[in-house]
Write a protein that binds this ligand. Structure first.
Ligand SMILES: NC(=O)c1ccc[n+]([C@@H]2O[C@H](COP(=O)([O-])OP(=O)(O)OC[C@H]3O[C@@H](n4cnc5c(N)ncnc54)[C@H](O)[C@@H]3O)[C@@H](O)[C@H]2O)c1
Length: 310
């Protein structure tokens, strides 16, 4: 198959491309390099089945493809809040352009949505039919409301134009190729500990998160894309940890003498988030297999190399 991956030079997109290339597909990676890097797909540059296109999805593009994995959108608050108007344009105009393309060439369309559509949830853990508790005018809205609109667009193109869609709601995922400066908690703690700096905990560290390893997530993507279910389907690791537990685990693995410092919680930061993955288990036969310690080991090794290469 010929497969388009938008945001393919990013963290998750590049892991997806590795899997698709290894399976022998023709892959087109499309990215504007806002948070993505050529180095993430370097291993495929020059391969006859791989194409790399610099393009901003807020502009339309014409391509012939069988499947579209639509991941382009900055994912971490630092980057999506850098230019919030651009973020919402990417989510709305960008998703419309990609759905328009899917409609024209009859490609199957996969949307990378997010657990952020649940906002600061008052149901725990979150099943897919929970409608969320989202602030429409907050500083995270360009991202979480943007993704809610992206989901709406996908379902409207599906109902009105028969576009074949798949929607995944991704929960916190980590692994090699995350950006070291994007403020996400796993990369933050690892990079701070490797540099011998104190680990910054926001709030008192009692807020919880779940952490899914990249390879587990990508397995879920591929199963959903090739299933008969539109979704939305939650993909994430239900293992729940407090931020303090995560900090202490990473501290223990890198530098037991590293100091922990506390800073105020950012606005609209959810207190708790954990996926209900019943649907993924029953419909896709999917569940995470990589334990936190193992995933952290791989991620630490990646950041150690990057920091040494600086
Ligand atoms: N990593 C997570 O934990 C997580 C959680 C929930 C949802 N997601 C979603 O998964 C997708 C990928 O996330 P990621 O963690 O790999 O982030 P990332 O920032 O590494 O990747 C996003 C990619 O999209 C590209 N991009 C951004 N705007 C673009 C535009 N207008 N045109 C073309 N390319 C553009 C970036 O350059 C980057 O390569 C995103 O849609 C994100 O919302 C990720």
């Amino acid at each position: 198959m010929r497969i388009l991956v938008t945001g393919g030079a990013g963290f998750l997109g590049s892991h997806l491309i590795d899997r698709l290339m290894e399976a022998g597909h023709d892959v087109i990676c499309l990215d504007n390099y806002f948070t993505g890097h050529r180095r993430n797909v370097q291993q495929w540059i020059g391969h006859p089945k791989f194409e790399l296109i610099r393009h901003d999805i807020t502009e339309p593009i014409r391509l012939e493809v069988d499947q579209i994995y639509h991941l382009a959108c900055p994912a971490s608050p630092i980057h999506y809040q850098y230019n919030p108007v651009k973020t919402i344009k990417t989510n709305v105009m960008g998703t419309m352009n990609m759905l328009g393309l899917a409609k024209r060439v009859k490609a199957r369309f996969f949307l990378a949505s997010t657990s952020e559509v649940y906002g600061d949830p008052d149901v725990h853990p979150q099943p897919e039919d929970y409608r969320g508790n989202v602030n429409p005018i907050g500083i995270r809205s360009c991202y979480d409301e943007g993704k809610r609109v992206a989901e709406t667009l996908a379902f409207d193109y599906h109902r009105q134009n028969g576009v074949d869609i798949r929607v995944v709601r991704i929960f916190n995922t980590y692994g090699p190729r995350m950006l070291e400066n994007d403020g996400r908690v796993v990369s933050n703690f690892i990079v701070q500990a490797l540099r011998g700096e104190p680990l910054t905990v926001y709030g008192d560290g009692s807020q919880t998160r779940s952490f899914c390893y990249a390879s587990d997530l990508i397995e879920g993507f591929i199963r959903l894309m090739n299933s008969e279910h539109t979704g939305p389907i939650n993909i994430g690791n239900p293992g729940e940890y407090t931020i303090l537990e995560l900090a202490q685990t990473i501290q223990g693995m890198i530098n037991p003498d590293a100091e922990l410092i506390y800073k105020p919680l950012p606005q609209d930061d959810p207190k708790q988030r954990q996926p209900d993955i019943t649907k993924a288990k029953t419909l896709l036969g999917w569940e995470p297999t990589v334990q936190l310690q193992e995933g952290l080991k791989q991620t630490i090794a990646y950041f150690r190399d990057r920091i040494e290469a600086e």
